[in-house]
Design a protein around this ligand. Structure first.
Ligand SMILES: [Zn+2]
Length: 417
């Protein structure tokens, strides 16, 4: 019996219904400021509840793993989950994030499954749609937390006592969500059941637009890291304290910010200071301390470390000049990721030849890629804006993405080749 064709009208109706439902979850207080869906907060719980409802309505079996990642399984009659085809992404956001980064991949996965089911497709490999915990690292500063705990790349011992902005530890946040903090960590059995991972994601740059292409595939992910730089000086009066008597850490922070841009421009990488904590943060006082975070990315691991070293040389020189104490902590580093060439070529042929582009953003697919054949599909983002409410994707492109994912799942799960 032949199955009926993919119906993009049905996909579009379902997509729009889900998108308007999710639109009300986790909005920032100011209208137009985007979303704040941090892990294990009310907004995240609401997103997860939606995922469970949607998956169960499709007849999928929902599993929450030891790291809080949610898996929606389309099981075989044999209940064999080995060599499963897995797709998904994350439902959490950065502060003031857009609607697409993360949720588009999860929603597309569920819609692709829905379309296969509607058409009566019978898979020969189990299929799962996954929502990974805390991909953005917005709450605890640990990006791709759920996927890196799963693979064992992240040592739970080192992160349980990490605190969020309100002083709540990661262990407390997991426990409050009903996930046993002593149990988090590598899950070799679950990971071994994943035969392939394909993540669909909104494009986080502007490569596809000028090419006139709605979809692309990723070659890999640039290595990237985060460094915390603590600059400690001496609090004093902004009016009465002579310049020569000051130890002002803000001056070093300013040099850091400019050095990041200048060095990265010269090196062809990317370096950004986008978060700072100023103590005491008052208008008329020289700060006692400034903590700044440096985000650095480039084409190779060596390239990133050379870039960061050059920036820190500038910081050290500036700190010496202004008599500031400096402490540098590398909070995270993710090596270069190359996606599976065979799988990517197979998807490229299936999609009829699409642009294959690199990305400078981290993804859960990067965590999985060292362990299972992994590929990424990008959906065009006309503005190129990312991690802001301006991030966007046309509905017609999102529908193309779901259609592509449905064809990918059918191709991969329909044979053991
Ligand atoms: Zn993302």
């Amino acid at each position: 019996m032949t199955t009926p064709p993919i119906d993009t009208t049905v996909i579009e109706q379902r997509f729009l219904a889900i998108w308007s439902e999710l639109d009300g979850i986790g909005r920032e207080p100011d209208p137009g400021s985007g979303f704040a869906r941090f892990s294990w907060t009310e907004a995240d719980f609401a997103m997860r509840a939606w995922f469970v409802r949607e998956a169960e309505a499709l007849g999928l079996a929902v599993q929450r793993d030891r790291n809080g990642n949610l898996w929606a399984w389309w099981d075989l009659p044999s209940a064999d989950r080995s060599d499963a085809v897995v797709t998904g992404s994350h439902l959490d956001s950065v502060p003031g994030g857009g609607a697409f980064d993360g949720p588009l991949g999860v929603v597309s996965g569920l819609l692709a499954v829905a379309e296969l089911k509607r058409r009566g497709v019978t898979p020969t490999r189990a299929i799962a749609v996954v929502d990974f915990t805390d991909e953005e690292g917005a709450r605890f500063g640990i990006p791709c937390m759920g996927s890196r705990l799963l693979t064992g790349e992240l040592d739970p011992e080192l992160i349980r006592s990490r605190t969020d902005g309100a002083g709540i530890t990661l262990a407390e946040a997991f426990a409050a969500a009903g996930v046993e903090p002593d149990e988090i960590g590598a899950d070799a059995e679950l990971l071994a059941s994943v035969g392939a991972y394909v993540e669909l994601h909104v494009e986080q740059g502007r490569a596809l637009g000028p090419l006139g292409e709605p979809l692309g595939l990723a070659t890999g992910i640039w290595p990237h890291g985060r460094w915390r730089i603590d600059l400690v000086g001496e609090p004093n009066h902004a009016g009465t304290t002579l310049f020569e008597d000051r130890r002002d850490p803000m001056l070093v922070a300013a040099d850091l910010i400019h050095a990041a841009r200048r060095v990265a421009t010269e090196d062809g990488g990317r370096a950004t200071v986008a978060k700072m904590i100023v103590i005491p943060n008052v208008t008329n006082g020289v700060p006692s301390s400034v903590t700044a975070w440096l985000d650095a990315r480039a084409a190779t691991d060596e390239h990133v470390s050379a870039l960061v070293s050059r920036v820190l040389e500038v910081v050290d020189a500036s700190a010496a000049e202004h008599r500031i104490d400096v402490a540098v902590t590398n909070e995270s580093f993710t090596s270069v990721v190359s996606f599976d060439a065979d799988l990517t070529a197979r998807l490229d042929a299936l999609l009829g030849g699409v642009p294959i582009i690199p990305t400078a953003a981290g993804h859960d697919a990067g965590s999985l890629s060292a362990h299972v054949p992994t590929a990424m599909v990008f959906v065009r983002n006309e503005t190129g804006a990312s991690h802001t409410p301006l991030e966007t994707a046309e509905t017609s492109d999102c529908v193309r993405g779901v259609e592509a994912l449905a064809r990918i799942l059918e191709d991969l799960a329909g044979s053991r080749g």
